[in-house]
Design a protein around this ligand. Sequence first.
Ligand code: IMP
Ligand code: MG
Length: 182
Amino acid sequence: MERVRLYDKTFKTFIPHERIMEAIDRTAAKINEDFRGCTDIPVLLCVLNGSIMFTAELMQRLEFNCELVSTKLTSYQGTGSTGKVKQAMGLTADIAGKRVIIVEDIVDTGNTIVELKKILAGHEAAESKVCTLLFKPDSYTKDIPLDYVAMEIPNDFIVGFGLDYNELGRNLKDIYVLDEEA
Ligand code: IMP
Ligand code: MG
Protein backbone atom coordinates (compact mmCIF):
# COMPACT_ATOMS: atom_id res chain seq x y z
CA MET A 1 0.00 0.00 0.00
CA GLU A 2 1.35 3.36 -1.00
CA ARG A 3 1.58 6.11 1.59
CA VAL A 4 1.83 9.88 1.07
CA ARG A 5 2.69 12.58 3.55
CA LEU A 6 0.89 15.97 3.37
CA TYR A 7 2.00 18.46 6.02
CA ASP A 8 1.52 16.70 9.41
CA LYS A 9 -0.58 13.77 8.14
CA THR A 10 -0.05 10.42 6.44
CA PHE A 11 -2.53 8.98 3.96
CA LYS A 12 -2.79 5.47 2.49
CA THR A 13 -4.22 4.25 -0.83
CA PHE A 14 -7.98 3.80 -0.65
CA ILE A 15 -9.50 3.87 -4.17
CA PRO A 16 -7.13 3.18 -7.08
CA HIS A 17 -7.40 5.29 -10.23
CA GLU A 18 -8.80 2.36 -12.24
CA ARG A 19 -11.76 1.96 -9.87
CA ILE A 20 -12.44 5.71 -10.01
CA MET A 21 -12.56 5.49 -13.82
CA GLU A 22 -15.00 2.56 -13.69
CA ALA A 23 -17.28 4.46 -11.33
CA ILE A 24 -17.20 7.49 -13.64
CA ASP A 25 -18.01 5.24 -16.64
CA ARG A 26 -21.13 3.95 -14.86
CA THR A 27 -22.23 7.42 -13.76
CA ALA A 28 -21.78 8.90 -17.24
CA ALA A 29 -23.79 6.04 -18.73
CA LYS A 30 -26.72 6.88 -16.41
CA ILE A 31 -26.57 10.57 -17.27
CA ASN A 32 -26.40 9.75 -20.98
CA GLU A 33 -29.49 7.55 -20.59
CA ASP A 34 -31.40 10.39 -18.89
CA PHE A 35 -30.31 13.15 -21.28
CA ARG A 36 -30.06 11.29 -24.59
CA GLY A 37 -31.93 13.11 -27.37
CA CYS A 38 -32.49 16.24 -25.29
CA THR A 39 -33.29 19.35 -27.33
CA ASP A 40 -32.06 21.84 -24.71
CA ILE A 41 -28.41 22.41 -23.82
CA PRO A 42 -27.83 21.32 -20.23
CA VAL A 43 -25.09 22.93 -18.14
CA LEU A 44 -22.46 21.06 -16.14
CA LEU A 45 -21.63 23.13 -13.08
CA CYS A 46 -18.10 22.40 -11.89
CA VAL A 47 -17.75 23.24 -8.21
CA LEU A 48 -14.15 24.39 -7.85
CA ASN A 49 -11.62 23.39 -6.81
CA GLY A 50 -12.32 19.82 -5.76
CA SER A 51 -14.49 18.86 -8.70
CA ILE A 52 -12.06 19.78 -11.46
CA MET A 53 -10.72 16.25 -12.13
CA PHE A 54 -14.13 14.59 -11.90
CA THR A 55 -15.79 17.18 -14.13
CA ALA A 56 -13.09 16.74 -16.79
CA GLU A 57 -13.40 12.94 -16.81
CA LEU A 58 -17.20 12.98 -16.68
CA MET A 59 -17.61 15.54 -19.44
CA GLN A 60 -15.47 13.50 -21.87
CA ARG A 61 -17.97 10.66 -21.51
CA LEU A 62 -21.15 12.68 -22.11
CA GLU A 63 -22.75 12.14 -25.51
CA PHE A 64 -25.09 15.14 -25.71
CA ASN A 65 -24.33 18.83 -26.28
CA CYS A 66 -23.62 20.53 -22.97
CA GLU A 67 -22.00 23.67 -21.60
CA LEU A 68 -19.50 24.05 -18.77
CA VAL A 69 -19.98 26.66 -16.05
CA SER A 70 -17.90 26.96 -12.86
CA THR A 71 -18.27 28.45 -9.41
CA LYS A 72 -16.17 28.19 -6.27
CA LEU A 73 -17.43 27.34 -2.80
CA THR A 74 -15.44 26.74 0.36
CA SER A 75 -16.36 25.25 3.72
CA TYR A 76 -13.60 22.87 4.77
CA GLN A 77 -10.62 23.75 6.90
CA GLY A 78 -8.05 21.02 7.59
CA THR A 79 -9.96 17.75 7.93
CA GLY A 80 -13.38 19.07 8.94
CA SER A 81 -16.29 21.22 7.80
CA THR A 82 -16.57 24.70 9.32
CA GLY A 83 -20.34 24.47 8.82
CA LYS A 84 -20.23 27.76 6.91
CA VAL A 85 -20.27 27.72 3.12
CA LYS A 86 -18.72 30.70 1.32
CA GLN A 87 -19.14 31.42 -2.38
CA ALA A 88 -15.59 32.45 -3.28
CA MET A 89 -16.36 32.94 -6.98
CA GLY A 90 -19.73 33.52 -8.68
CA LEU A 91 -21.13 31.56 -11.62
CA THR A 92 -18.94 32.05 -14.71
CA ALA A 93 -21.96 32.28 -17.06
CA ASP A 94 -25.70 32.87 -17.06
CA ILE A 95 -27.75 29.74 -16.34
CA ALA A 96 -31.26 31.24 -16.42
CA GLY A 97 -33.77 28.85 -17.95
CA LYS A 98 -31.21 26.05 -18.27
CA ARG A 99 -31.10 22.58 -16.78
CA VAL A 100 -28.06 22.32 -14.54
CA ILE A 101 -26.15 19.25 -13.39
CA ILE A 102 -24.13 20.18 -10.29
CA VAL A 103 -20.85 18.24 -10.42
CA GLU A 104 -19.34 17.79 -6.94
CA ASP A 105 -16.26 15.93 -5.77
CA ILE A 106 -17.87 14.83 -2.52
CA VAL A 107 -21.08 15.32 -0.56
CA ASP A 108 -20.40 15.17 3.17
CA THR A 109 -22.78 17.11 5.49
CA GLY A 110 -24.70 18.44 2.48
CA ASN A 111 -24.26 22.10 3.46
CA THR A 112 -22.62 22.89 0.12
CA ILE A 113 -25.44 21.25 -1.86
CA VAL A 114 -28.06 23.27 0.05
CA GLU A 115 -26.16 26.47 -0.74
CA LEU A 116 -25.73 25.52 -4.42
CA LYS A 117 -29.44 24.75 -4.82
CA LYS A 118 -30.22 28.22 -3.39
CA ILE A 119 -27.73 29.92 -5.71
CA LEU A 120 -29.16 28.13 -8.75
CA ALA A 121 -32.76 28.94 -7.81
CA GLY A 122 -31.69 32.58 -7.35
CA HIS A 123 -30.24 32.57 -10.86
CA GLU A 124 -33.43 31.00 -12.22
CA ALA A 125 -32.11 27.64 -13.38
CA ALA A 126 -34.92 25.59 -14.95
CA GLU A 127 -33.89 22.53 -12.94
CA SER A 128 -30.88 21.33 -10.98
CA LYS A 129 -29.61 17.82 -10.46
CA VAL A 130 -26.75 16.68 -8.27
CA CYS A 131 -23.94 14.44 -9.49
CA THR A 132 -21.18 13.57 -7.05
CA LEU A 133 -18.10 11.39 -7.31
CA LEU A 134 -18.18 10.51 -3.61
CA PHE A 135 -20.88 10.45 -0.94
CA LYS A 136 -20.57 9.97 2.83
CA PRO A 137 -24.10 8.75 3.72
CA ASP A 138 -23.32 8.58 7.47
CA SER A 139 -22.51 12.29 7.51
CA TYR A 140 -25.36 13.55 5.31
CA THR A 141 -28.03 15.44 7.26
CA LYS A 142 -30.15 16.94 4.45
CA ASP A 143 -33.08 15.60 2.48
CA ILE A 144 -32.12 16.89 -0.97
CA PRO A 145 -31.96 13.81 -3.22
CA LEU A 146 -28.61 13.07 -4.86
CA ASP A 147 -29.39 12.15 -8.46
CA TYR A 148 -26.07 10.54 -9.41
CA VAL A 149 -23.61 9.10 -6.89
CA ALA A 150 -20.51 7.41 -8.32
CA MET A 151 -19.21 5.92 -5.04
CA GLU A 152 -20.31 5.77 -1.38
CA ILE A 153 -17.62 5.86 1.29
CA PRO A 154 -17.46 5.72 5.11
CA ASN A 155 -17.13 8.87 7.16
CA ASP A 156 -13.33 9.18 6.80
CA PHE A 157 -11.19 12.05 5.57
CA ILE A 158 -9.82 11.46 2.08
CA VAL A 159 -7.59 13.24 -0.44
CA GLY A 160 -6.57 12.86 -4.08
CA PHE A 161 -8.21 13.10 -7.49
CA GLY A 162 -9.07 16.75 -6.86
CA LEU A 163 -9.70 16.50 -3.10
CA ASP A 164 -7.30 18.26 -0.77
CA TYR A 165 -5.94 18.55 2.74
CA ASN A 166 -5.30 22.30 3.15
CA GLU A 167 -4.85 22.53 -0.66
CA LEU A 168 -2.38 19.64 -0.93
CA GLY A 169 -3.08 16.27 -2.54
CA ARG A 170 -5.33 17.41 -5.38
CA ASN A 171 -2.83 16.16 -7.97
CA LEU A 172 -2.83 12.53 -6.74
CA LYS A 173 -4.27 10.09 -9.31
CA ASP A 174 -5.70 7.72 -6.69
CA ILE A 175 -7.85 8.51 -3.66
CA TYR A 176 -6.15 8.18 -0.25
CA VAL A 177 -7.58 7.93 3.26
CA LEU A 178 -6.11 9.38 6.44
CA ASP A 179 -3.90 6.76 8.11
CA GLU A 180 -4.84 7.12 11.78
CA GLU A 181 -2.09 4.68 12.88
CA ALA A 182 0.75 6.62 11.29
P1 IMP B 1 -20.34 19.45 2.72
O1 IMP B 1 -20.78 20.85 2.48
O2 IMP B 1 -20.14 19.14 4.18
O3 IMP B 1 -21.22 18.41 2.05
O4 IMP B 1 -18.91 19.29 2.16
C1 IMP B 1 -18.64 19.41 0.85
C2 IMP B 1 -17.23 19.90 0.58
O5 IMP B 1 -16.32 19.68 1.67
C3 IMP B 1 -16.70 19.11 -0.56
O6 IMP B 1 -17.03 19.72 -1.78
C4 IMP B 1 -15.22 19.10 -0.29
O7 IMP B 1 -14.62 20.26 -0.84
C5 IMP B 1 -15.10 19.15 1.21
N1 IMP B 1 -14.90 17.79 1.78
C6 IMP B 1 -15.81 17.00 2.38
N2 IMP B 1 -15.29 15.83 2.78
C7 IMP B 1 -13.99 15.87 2.40
C8 IMP B 1 -12.88 14.93 2.53
O8 IMP B 1 -12.98 13.80 3.05
N3 IMP B 1 -11.70 15.34 2.00
C9 IMP B 1 -11.52 16.55 1.40
N4 IMP B 1 -12.51 17.45 1.26
C10 IMP B 1 -13.74 17.11 1.77
MG1 MG C 1 -15.67 20.78 -3.04
